[in-house]
Design a protein around this ligand. Structure first.
Ligand code: G3I
Ligand code: 9MR
Ligand code: ZN
Ligand code: CA
Length: 541
């Protein structure tokens, strides 16, 4: 699977008619033609660029564009060596199914409810993790933590991870509502509230349960003490659930996402919006009362995902931005100003570096007479980050913004986060180059990469087949649960099978489609979410 031998790297789903259309070739292909699938009629002939060395893939590559080809259809590209691409579509909006699939993945990750055949097809399972969880360090205190989404290939539920994922989904909906007009459908679909908001509500309803009602602080995570075996189905994972201690990271990202949600849900459900805001403000009070609270460390008896974080200014900055955006209150504005003077990345969208969400929220609220200086400097920072990414793309063989060092655990999140940032920068600096660059990132995710592999399960001719995802391993269906974005190449080879099989590979080829590869082939909610954001842009009606 890792060694698909063909010489043409392309987006295996297809290209929008009016979009950027490119393929990447090996050093030998100096030209190519495109034929209609079926009739084999040649509709386009093109040349490729001179070969150039691409550091990340460790090889010479050529590029070839065919943006002029604008007739809808299904085609195959053939280089002058006779190498054929997989079939691809040219359509006005080729990513409709992919968009649904990426959102549906969240449904498949739901915890605490039966996924029945009607919605889950062959990938259904019984309800799971429905027992109360014990509060760590408080013997005999049990709480309900039902619902939400499993984080990933494991069944843990982690607040900072959930906050990033919901943020991407709400932002996609807020910025590109026209991408969400079709129903998936979900059990809750009602033709009133868009499905994406129904799906996010599943996670938000769970997040409420993570807030300590006595203090406003938010438990870091709800997991078993250790990861279950790889073939354990959710309903068979019966070890005791534990609420890990409250953390400042969880509490601040909780405040941020609840304040954001309060704005979005107000149109549909006033009392829900009020509930979100009240609990965001309660979490904020906890933050003010615990200025010294540091990053989270796993208690000695717990070994599930840590989601540790050495810098919490960004979470607080994000929370202040969302609370200010939603309430317009000066106390949040001044807190935001204060955190903005601290040094941390203001444009990152990771699970640990959330400064970008604060910046975006603040900028989207708008410029006023009294915030001009800060507004302008944040806007400038965002645009200069987009420019920096663009210049990396221009020098990359596959046209993306990842440098060798960026191929780490979850490199596909780095990839999609950066495409997101380029698209968001469009709001303040509408340069077509940003959209083209973002499109290249999506083409990479869907097969225009050195492994000629689509990193989204179930989408593309050669896609990930063996994700580190417990239900996909444990069920008796050959195909993995569809619509899930794998972590991707990781030059740090952080798991045993990568270490054993991938020594010496170039960064972008440091990947194996094997179910044991948790550091390259796991899936998570916050790798799907930025991909959904990016596809939303290209799926607008
Ligand atoms: O940021 C540093 C970078 O500066 C440095 O150069 C580089 C080289 O070591 O490391 C970078 O940090 C990496 C970090 O991810 C970046 O996000 C760490 O090495 C790497 O170990 C870390 O991996 C995280 C992994 O958990 C292990 O802690 C992943 O981001 C994170 O997505 C993953 O999350 C797991 C959960 O714990 C459990 N559930 C599944 C989930 C996905 O695998
Ligand atoms: O399966 C676990 C995966 O979901 C986590 O993301 C990963 C994070 O560290 O850990 C995996 O569990 C592995 C454990 O860490 C080490 N022993 C092998 C486990 C996988 O089977
Ligand atoms: Zn569950
Ligand atoms: Ca942080």
């Amino acid at each position: 699977m890792n060694e698909i031998k063909c010489a043409v790297a392309m987006n295996q789903i297809g290209y929008p008619i009016n979009g950027q259309k490119t393929a990447v070739f090996n050093e030998k292909s100096s030209g190519f033609h495109i034929e209609e699938e079926g009739t084999k009629r040649i509709v386009y002939r093109g040349k490729t660029s001179q070969p150039a060395f691409d550091r990340s893939s460790g090889s010479e590559v050529r590029k070839g564009g065919f943006s002029e080809l604008a007739k809808p259809g299904t085609y195959v590209l053939v280089d002058d060596e006779g190498n054929r691409s997989t079939p691809f579509a040219l359509e006005e909006r080729p990513y409709g199914e992919l968009h649904n699939g990426l959102l549906k993945a969240f449904y498949y990750l739901r915890c605490g409810e039966t996924l029945d055949e009607k919605y889950a097809g062959e990938w259904g399972h019984k309800s799971c993790h429905t027992k109360l969880g014990v509060v760590h360090g408080e013997e005999g205190v049990y709480l309900d933590g039902n619902g939400g989404w499993h984080d990933a290939g494991d069944y843990g539920k982690y607040v900072v991870a959930g906050a990033k994922a919901v943020a991407d989904l709400l932002l996609a909906y807020e910025m590109y509502p026209k991408a969400f007009v079709n129903s998936i459908p979900l059990p809750e679909s009602d033709q009133v509230m868009p499905d994406v908001l129904h799906e996010c509500k599943v996670e938000l309803d769970f997040l409420f349960k993570m807030q300590d009602k006595r203090s406003g602080g938010v438990y870091h995570k709800l997991t078993t003490r250790h990861f279950p075996g790889l073939s354990i189905m959710p309903e068979d994972d019966l070890d005791e659930l534990v609420f890990s201690p409250i953390s400042a990271a969880a509490t601040a990202s909780y405040a941020a996402i609840m304040a954001f949600a309060s704005r979005i849900y107000r149109t549909y459900d006033l009392s829900y919006a009020d509930q979100c805001l009240r609990s965001a403000e309660y979490a904020w009070e906890w933050i003010l009362k615990h200025p010294e609270a540091g990053g989270f460390k796993n208690p000695a008896d717990i070994t599930t995902g840590e989601y540790g974080d050495g810098c919490l200014f960004d979470e607080k900055y994000w929370a202040a931005a969302e609370l200010y955006h939603t309430t317009n209150q000066e106390k949040y504005h001044s807190a935001f100003r204060e955190y903005s003077t601290e040094s941390f990345p203001k444009c990152e969208l990771g699970w640990a570096d959330v400064g970008g969400y604060g910046t975006i929220s603040y900028l989207r609220k708008g410029k006023t007479e009294e915030n001009q200086t800060l507004y302008d400097s944040l806007q400038e920072e965002l645009i200069s980050e987009a420019e920096r990414l663009l210049s990396i793309c221009e020098n990359d063989g596959y046209g993306i913004s990842l440098e060798e060092k960026d191929y780490m655990w979850g490199s596909n999140m780095v990839l999609m986060n950066r495409a997101m940032l380029l698209l968001i920068a469009m709001e303040w600096s509408p340069k077509p180059e940003y959209v083209k660059a973002a499109a290249q990132h999506l083409h990479y995710l869907l097969g225009q990469n050195t492994l000629h592999l689509s990193y989204v399960t179930g989408f593309g001719t050669h896609s990930v087949m063996k994700p580190h995802h417990r239900p996909s391993v444990g069920d008796d269906v050959d195909a993995p649960v569809p619509g899930m974005v794998a972590g991707g190449p990781n030059r740090n080879l952080n798991d045993e099978i990568m270490e054993r099989t991938l020594q010496g590979k170039p960064a972008a080829a440091s990947y194996i489609d094997h179910e044991d590869s948790y550091a390259g082939n796991e899936i998570t909610i916050y790798w799907n979410s930025p991909a959904l954001f990016v596809v939303s842009y290209f799926n607008q009606k």
